[in-house]
Design a protein around this ligand. Structure first.
Ligand code: PLP
Length: 394
């Protein structure tokens, strides 16, 4: 049996490698997670929503539905995009997805041929890089600074790479860095990309997890040419296991996604789409999001405070206004993958940053998660990690 060429391009995930090493070690303090805290799922409300749904819908909750998605949820999302996210759209622009991860795969299938170029932020979400890689695309990374993607570098990348088909970005609390783009960067980004025939994938699973500052317009809201494919998700604000997400894109792209999705999984599960809808109808999602924001804000602020207290001053860190991660930069020459052995021996796990780069990774970087750790774990874990780093910095 010979596998396709695509399979040879799939790389093992650096995140899974760390998670394998810490599996079953319950006393490990792990900053390696990439998950929302399950203690914050609204379990009781979901149970009530499920009871009502089953009573009212009966067998239809278990039946096939339309590829595009469950009608009432499509209506809810159209309304949410217009009135809460300030993105003008109709139902024709929306397609429900099995997680925004599916949207990344569908975007790759829709746009990428062998040898095409994808521009990403440098570093970027590993799951997106891995979703695009099998299609034989080449990657070009563009650096970000504290304000977001560096526009001059983006312009250069677009000029130097005429085969650019797609740009993939996470303007809100990026995975892995936690950075958010300023309004000015968003506007300038849209001015630049409007000059090119490229698709822009705006991945926004963390936008609602803003715990400081004011929400800023989505790229899709600033998009005059219909270039932006917005991906939204309930994974980080309701439940990741329900696998309910959506795209809001031009009608052509939404229709292309629907056709491809039909061959991919026929539809997202009717049961979880319906349950999401019943939850939204019966309960106050915004209030629930506020509860999550309060907890994550406290954990993030505590982590930053402990970093300031215990880490050697040479270590740079981001101070996110939302999301689930912050990003460390160790002094040049240090290899966070090699240091991980010592950290694990001291009972602390993190994800070395190298695998978030689409090409030769930067070895002195680390992704730290703050949503899955309790206060005492943050205090102890950062103190111990500070000692490990100090030993290597010398
Ligand atoms: C940037 C980014 N995009 C997409 C996803 C996938 O999310 P979903 O659960 O909606 O598929 C993740 C998951 O962590 C992510 O960090």
């Amino acid at each position: 049996m010979s596998f396709s060429k695509r399979m040879s391009r799939i790389k093992p995930s650096g995140i899974r490698a760390v998670q394998k090493r810490i599996a079953g070690k319950s006393d490990m303090i792990s900053f390696a997670a990439g998950l929302p805290d399950p203690a914050l799922y609204p379990l009781e409300d979901l149970r009530k929503a499920a009871d009502t749904m089953l009573e009212k819908e009966g067998a239809t909750a278990f039946a096939y539905g339309l590829t595009k998605g469950y009608g009432p949820l499509l209506d809810y999302l159209t309304d949410r995009m217009n009135n809460r996210e300030h993105v003008e759209c109709t139902k024709e622009n929306i397609c429900i997805l099995s997680g925004s991860q599916q949207g990344l795969g569908l975007a790759a299938m829709t746009f990428l041929d062998e040898g095409d170029v994808v521009i990403t932020e440098n570093p970027s979400y590993l799951g997106a890089i891995n979703a695009f890689r099998p299609y034989g695309a080449e990657f070009v990374g563009v650096d970000t600074d504290d304000d977001g993607i560096v526009i001059e570098d983006l312009e250069r990348a677009l000029e130097e790479n005429p085969k650019t088909k797609m740009i993939y970005v996470i303007p809100n609390f990026q995975n892995p860095t936690g950075k958010a783009w300023t309004l000015e960067r968003r506007e300038r980004f849209m001015e630049v990309v409007a000059k090119y025939d490229v698709a822009v994938v705006e991945d926004n699973p963390y936008g609602d997890l803003r715990f400081k500052g004011e929400p800023l317009p989505h790229l899709r809201a600033l998009d005059k040419k219909g270039q932006v494919i917005y991906l939204g998700s309930f994974s980080k604000i309701l439940s990741p296991g329900m696998r309910v997400a959506w795209t809001c894109a031009s009608k052509e792209v939404a229709t292309a996604f629907e056709s491809l999705k039909e061959t991919n999984d026929l539809q997202s599960p009717e049961l979880t789409q319906m349950l999401t809808y019943y939850y939204l109808k019966m309960f106050d999602l915004e209030k629930h999001i506020e509860e999550i924001q309060v907890v994550y804000k406290e954990r993030c602020e505590l982590m930053v405070e402990m970093i300031q207290k215990y880490f050697p001053a040479e270590i740079k860190y981001t101070d996110p206004e939302g999301g689930m991660f912050l990003w460390l930069e160790l002094p040049e020459g240090l290899d966070s993958d090699a240091i991980l052995d010592d950290a694990l021996a001291a009972g602390i796990a993190y994800i070395p940053g190298e695998s978030f780069f689409s090409f030769d990774g930067v070895k002195n970087t680390i992704r730290m998660n703050f949503t899955m750790v309790k206060d005492d774990q943050i205090r102890d874990g950062i103190r111990i990690l500070g000692d490990v780093f100090r030993k290597h910095i010398g």
